[in-house]
Design a binder for this molecule. Structure first.
Ligand SMILES: [Zn+2]
Ligand SMILES: [Zn+2]
Length: 80
């Protein structure tokens, strides 16, 4: 089971294998809704300091610094 996050809207899902859908989450609208693999689901809670998305991961999620939601703010994972 891995965490996947949409790079456009920040939607977080847990899924084994890439979620179905044409490349991204099913929300329409502007932006590039692509799923990004953030690594295996674990037991440590991390919260994004900008959008309050919480992810469970063993160790820091597999991203460059922060959550992948676009928009303003500094999306950094912080251990909750
Ligand atoms: Zn999306
Ligand atoms: Zn965020």
């Amino acid at each position: 089971m891995n965490n996947y996050q949409c790079t456009a809207c920040g939607l977080l899902v847990k899924h084994s294998g890439k979620p179905t859908g044409l490349g991204g989450c099913s929300k329409s609208g502007s932006g590039n809704h692509q799923w990004k693999d953030l690594g295996a689901v674990g037991n440590d809670a991390y919260r994004c300091t900008a959008c309050n998305t919480t992810i469970y991961s063993d160790g820091r999620p597999n991203t460059l610094g922060g959550c992948d939601a676009s928009g303003s703010g500094n999306h950094q994972w912080e251990k909750a």
